[in-house]
Design a protein around this ligand. Structure first.
Ligand code: GLY
Length: 264
């Protein structure tokens, strides 16, 4: 039966910040090398915020050889009883998936993409009944086609969205506060790219980073701290923003969703 995977986000898999996080990839938000100790503190705050909202959090050990290892969202796409293991689009991140697939094997049927596929989980947004898949510098057509084929076997449709050069991933500029509703950053996606959605909260371009949110139960939603217009818009739409300090993780182009894989 399609859609049986519980989307209420009860359990998150996260990975500690790498001791070499200062070497993490950064092109879009980063203005300098991130400071590892501050990033670790903020990551702990992130875990605390999830737990305060009732989410169980399992923390994997950091990988010193993978500065971007905390961004576990990019390593797998999970739905129903399936975990599709990604093929990260940047060479330095390719081997991050191995320990993740070993862990996910305990709970999910594992599926792999072919060697011709490139896919970062950060290019995949689940809207409630379909997957939006970003075509980006990290995700190619083979990745899109292979994920679409797997998803369709489980009853899910997919829609491809071209991710502009102004952003890393689709999730960097787009998130889902509740099924069928989007939060989108102005100046990155165009209205015609998401014309199928009636309910869209547009975030001003100077607050782009805050368009990435994590919706939890009871209207609670994790939002990055320091973006007052976004916070107000999200409140006005009836949600309860839980603010998380992400400024140091942002230096490595990482957003809220990047730091979790929801496994329940
Ligand atoms: N720093 C996250 C990424 O570039 O994948």
């Amino acid at each position: 039966m399609p859609g049986v995977f519980d989307r209420t986000r009860k359990k998150a898999l996260v990975r500690d910040i790498s001791s070499n996080f200062n070497k993490a990839l950064s092109t879009f938000f980063g203005e300098r090398e991130p400071i590892v100790d501050i990033a670790k503190m903020q990551h702990k705050g992130y875990v605390d915020a999830l737990q305060s909202c009732g989410v169980e959090v399992e923390i994997l050990e950091e990988l010193s050889g993978h500065p971007d290892c905390c961004f576990v969202e990019d390593t797998a796409i999970i739905f129903d009883d399936v975990a599709v293991i990604c093929r990260p689009g940047h060479p330095s991140r390719v081997n991050e998936v191995h320990t993740i697939s070993e862990r996910l094997r305990e709970d999910f049927e594992i599926k792999f993409l072919s060697p011709d596929a490139k896919m970062d989980g950060g290019d995949v947004v689940f809207t409630g009944n379909e997957f939006l898949i970003g075509r980006s510098t990290r995700t190619n057509d083979n990745g899109i086609n292979e994920l679409s084929e797997i998803a369709s076997k489980y009853g899910y449709s997919t829609q491809v969205i071209d991710v502009p050069n102004s952003t890393l991933h689709l999730t960097t500029v787009c998130s889902v506060p509740r099924n069928g509703m989007l939060i989108v950053a102005e100046g990155h996606l165009k209205p015609e790219q998401i014309s199928g959605f009636q309910d869209v909260i547009w975030i001003p371009n100077n607050e782009t980073y805050a368009s990435n949110t994590i919706a939890l139960e009871n209207g609670k939603i994790l939002v990055s701290a320091g973006f007052p217009i976004t916070k107000q818009k999200i409140e006005d739409a009836g949600f309860e923003p839980i603010l998380v300090e992400m400024s140091e993780i942002m230096q490595a182009d990482g957003s809220l969703t990047c730091c979790s894989l929801f496994i329940e």
